[in-house]
Design a protein around this ligand. Structure first.
Ligand code: FCB
Length: 481
């Protein structure tokens, strides 16, 4: 059994960790305004009367390896997750994405489901090994055709497609050539992106380059819990630079393609706070943790610099003249993913202060969403933002035709309330996507953690909207909480 992401957080001093975000250091101490009392089941009963802006986008997210299945069909090549999930002890229960939620075959039914829920945006990812089975060279037409059908199906139903180019399923053939540790990876990615833009560029209003480079760097290269399973700080830092360079090269390829829609990266941000409420936001370790959580990714993309205070020599050694100019190529919007805050103890260690979901790494703190959104605006400018992931797992059970998940409803309600508050305070937040539309393959946790608003019975592939899906659908219909 592999370590969970959270086990790692515990085991490693937070100063060495990736991934946190901005802070409003005094907020965690403040008494949170929790809104109406929950019903006996824990689900909120009364609407809060908070209206969202007209045309606010209401969506749900998935990613290719986590939902598609059809691992060997229509010429798909192998990805690093096909390899990794077959290595003993890497994924809980030995699960793989071979079948997953079978979305590749059931996408029409899933599109109808999205439509019936009232979603106006669907964020999915494109599987690089479906498009280039060996990671480079001639595109696989059947792979491209799947995404053309998917995008057409979304348009037919009035749902806006939002496509991520890389959600962790690197072609194994490229890993064999050194993967993200290899500088050439930025060029491979730009070539792949160009193929996809040529096929779909104008049909997709929002493109996302990379999903959570921080997680690839930390969980994949530093702590070895995700593919490719390395435990090497230097390799992680080198990969970080090449991922960011790949992002910049893809933005350039997009502009060169002449497509006129929008593009940006999807970054998971985490607000970093001192565990001791009386300590300031510059308490030892807090700034460093914020550096690895947030600034290591935000600064190069939005300011064209790497944070001067971080000890990231292996990264600095591979930066070449002009790289930061590429990485900071102007983007059209920032995609923010928010799951949890980080609290830093006096010795720089990560501290669990708040209750977590069943994902032990996920302390639940809705106000942290407000803090990351307003921090981006304060420190990086007034750019359009979309939330591309936010959600929690629970132990959902099917009882007849119903799945009661009151905890998820409370979670979503509380986070949306903070999103609304950020909008009221001037953040240009234009859409929200719950993670996830469907229960799916949750990486090293396999199918054990259910993150969907729609339950998937993996035996039959039957979909059952959970109570949270019905609740969310009602929020969408009213455009209000
Ligand atoms: C994010 C990933 C997504 C999913 C959620 C729970 O880090 O982007 O694929 O695993 O966590």
């Amino acid at each position: 059994m592999g370590l969970s992401r959270r086990t790692l957080l515990k085991a490693v001093p937070v100063a060495a960790l990736p991934a946190l975000a901005a802070c409003d250091a005094d907020r965690p101490g403040a008494a949170p305004d929790r809104g109406p009392a929950p019903s006996p089941t824990g689900a909120p009963t009364r609407p809060l009367g908070l209206r969202f802006p007209e045309r606010f986008g209401w969506g749900a997210a998935t990613s290719a390896y986590q939902v598609e299945g059809a691992a060997k069909e229509d010429g798909r090549g192998q990805s690093i997750w096909d390899t990794f999930s077959r290595e003993p002890g890497r994924v809980r229960g030995g699960d793989t994405g071979d079948v997953a939620a079978d979305h590749y075959h059931r996408y029409r039914q899933d599109l109808d489901l999205m439509k019936s829920l009232g979603l106006t945006s669907y964020r999915f990812s494109i599987s690089w090994p479906r498009i280039q089975p060996d990671g480079r060279g001639t595109p696989n037409v059947r792979g491209l055709d799947f995404y053309k059908r998917l995008v057409d199906g979304l348009h037919e139903r009035g749902i806006a497609p939002m496509a991520t180019l890389f959600h962790w399923d690197l072609p194994q053939a490229l890993q064999d050539r050194g993967g993200w540790e290899q500088r050439d990876s930025a060029g491979w990615f730009a070539d792949y992106a160009e193929i996809v833009f040529r096929a779909l560029g104008d049909r997709v209003p929002v493109w996302l380059t990379l999903n959570e480079p921080k997680t690839v760097v930390n969980v994949g290269y530093r702590y070895g819990v995700h593919a490719p399973g390395k435990r090497d700080f230097s390799a992680a830092m080198v990969a970080a630079h090449h991922l960011l360079l790949a992002h910049g090269r893809a933005v350039q390829a997009y502009r060169a393609s002449g497509a006129k829609q929008r593009i940006g990266p999807a970054l998971n941000l985490a607000p970093v706070y001192p565990a001791d409420d009386t300590a300031g936001r510059d308490a030892p370790g807090v700034r460093t943790a914020d550096g690895f959580e947030n600034r290591l990714y935000l600064d190069p993309v939005l300011k064209g610099t790497y944070p001067a205070d971080l000890e990231i020599d292996p990264l600095r050694e591979v930066v070449r003249d002009g790289d930061l100019k590429v990485i900071s190529s102007p983007i059209d919007l920032l995609a923010v993913q928010y799951y949890n805050p980080v609290f830093v103890g006096p010795g720089g260690e990560s501290v669990t202060k708040l209750p977590t979901s069943i994902a032990e790494w996920q302390q639940i703190y809705p106000e942290g969403l407000y803090d990351v959104l307003t921090r981006v605006r304060r420190d990086y400018g007034d750019l359009p933002i979309t939330i591309t992931e936010n959600g929690m797992p629970s132990e959902d059970e099917l009882a007849g035709d119903r799945v009661a998940d009151p905890g998820r409803i409370t979670f979503l309600r509380d986070h949306l309330r903070q999103a609304h508050r950020a909008i009221a305070d001037g953040v240009r937040l234009e859409s929200y996507h719950v993670w996830s539309l469907l229960d799916n393959f949750e990486w090293a946790e396999g199918y054990a953690q259910r993150w969907g608003i729609v339950y998937v019975d993996y035996e039959t592939q039957r979909r059952v909207p959970k109570d949270s899906a019905r609740w969310y659908s009602d929020v969408i219909r009213r455009n209000a909480l």
